[in-house]
Design a binder for this molecule. Structure first.
Ligand code: DSN
Length: 428
């Protein structure tokens, strides 16, 4: 490359183009994918329990100039200069999180729920320490000690399960396993357990054996924020959550706690323990989402999420499908397909063909592999954000049941109906 060419790259025209060209002009390939994804989201009924639809304000904050800033450490004690505004942002977001969940302390830096859990494990435990958590096969989460996850490699994991007669957490088993294994940490919460946790019972069991209690409320944090479910912060030593499921904010994780004596360890476990610089654009968007969740209207949203979840689960049952625990208290539910002659992957493909998006999921004691599964998980946070209520939840439930139970004569016709419903609930 000649010197002339290098200098040309720094001409005022080149700089203006670099800073001023929109995505559609600068990179039509990626721009086209963004448009396609937006269209896909609008034209489908989204029932993946870990998804939601964020506000325009959250999107705007994610795409803000905070994307350019690197900071390490915490407000007032950073390693990089120019952090004054970042400090104000992180302090604002943290204050909102504490107010929303009535917590003394919050850490908004985790990039995800799994990072938040890893930080808590490393703050409270030494390698090989014993942990008691809900079995992944019974609705637990990878980051709670699955063999394939770092949490399962570093710590000694014992699992508890569900009552075979009800599908609810077997608290007797939790208490017995705690007595036998004397875990240093008990974890409650998971990724496909549809029922409210008995927080008081978990607290008691943890106290009986001198264990820390961690509640991972990722899937139901929005219902806690909206006052629909009890607040785990009142019971647990530490609470983790993602910010983007029922909480309807930016992608990322968060840690909340009340105990002063854990503050130094938890903060150090996030940075420098498992992360470097937080993603400040996501921090800004988290702050916006938390601000939205503090508005009175969020309470109404959270109530509607639970109403919709119950309406959908009720309709699936009424229309002949088997729902684990026969219902839900949270935004999610699990359909058991063992009576049908196809697996979760096939079931999810069938629903995708009529415009309904969900995910295959292991059911308790699933005979199939995680790649196939015998279940489907549905969540209603996203459809509720679009304005759908029980009437639509019931209609969707009937479409799902008709599709899975082979009661559809024309897939095309039902897909047209799904599309028409999706169009009635436009967004962006
Ligand atoms: N934990 C995964 C889920 O529940 O889908 C991703 O957030």
């Amino acid at each position: 490359m000649s010197l002339d060419q290098v200098q040309a790259d720094y001409s005022s025209d080149a700089l203006e183009a670099y800073f001023g060209t929109s995505l559609s002009v600068a990179d039509p390939d990626v721009a086209a994918l963004v448009v396609s994804e937006r269209t896909r989201q609008k034209q489908h009924i989204e029932l993946i329990a870990s998804e939601n639809v964020v506000s325009r304000a959250v999107l705007e904050a994610q795409g803000s100039v905070f994307s350019n800033k690197t900071v390490e450490g915490y407000p007032g004690a950073r390693y990089h200069g120019g952090a004054e505004i970042a400090d104000t942002l992180e302090t604002l977001g943290t204050r909102r999180a504490c107010e929303l969940f009535n917590a003394a302390e919050a850490n908004l830096q985790p990039h995800s729920g799994s990072q938040a859990n890893l930080a808590v494990f490393s703050a409270l435990l030494d390698p090989f320490d014993s942990v008691l958590a809900l079995d992944l096969k019974c609705g637990g989460h990878l980051s709670h000690g699955a063999k394939a996850n770092i949490s399962g490699k570093l710590f000694t994991i014992h699992a508890y399960g569900l009552r075979p007669d009800t599908g609810f957490i077997d608290l007797d088993q939790v208490a017995e396993a705690a007595r036998i294994h004397r875990p240093k940490l008990i974890v409650a919460g998971g990724s496909s357990y549809p029922r409210a946790l008995d927080l008081k019972a978990f607290r008691q069991i943890a106290d009986d054996v001198g264990a820390y209690l961690l509640v991972d409320m990722a899937h139901f944090a929005g219902l806690v924020a909206g006052g629909v479910l009890d607040n785990p912060v009142d019971y647990a030593d530490v609470v983790t959550t993602t910010t983007y499921k029922s909480l309807r904010g930016a992608r990322g994780g968060m840690i909340l706690w009340n105990r002063d004596d854990l503050t130094r360890r938890l903060r150090a476990a996030v940075f420098p323990g498992v992360q470097g610089s937080p993603l400040l654009n996501m921090m800004a968007a988290k702050a916006v989402g938390l601000g939205e969740a503090l508005q009175p209207s969020f309470r109404r949203y959270a109530e509607q999420v639970q109403l919709n979840a119950r309406a959908l689960a009720g309709q699936l049952l009424a229309d002949g499908l088997s729902v684990v625990t026969h219902g839900t208290d949270t935004p999610l539910m699990l359909v058991d397909l063992t009576d049908l002659d196809f697996d979760g992957q096939t079931a999810s493909d069938k629903l995708a063909a009529i415009g309904i998006t969900c995910n295959k999921n292991l059911i308790p004691n699933d005979p199939r592999s995680p790649a196939k599964t015998s279940g489907l998980r549905f969540g209603v946070s996203a459809m509720t954000s679009r304005g759908m209520v029980e009437k639509e939840a019931r209609r969707i439930g009937t479409w799902i049941a008709d599709c899975l139970l082979g009661r559809i004569t024309s897939h095309q016709m039902i897909h047209r109906d799904v599309l028409a419903l999706a169009r009635r609930f436009e967004f962006y």
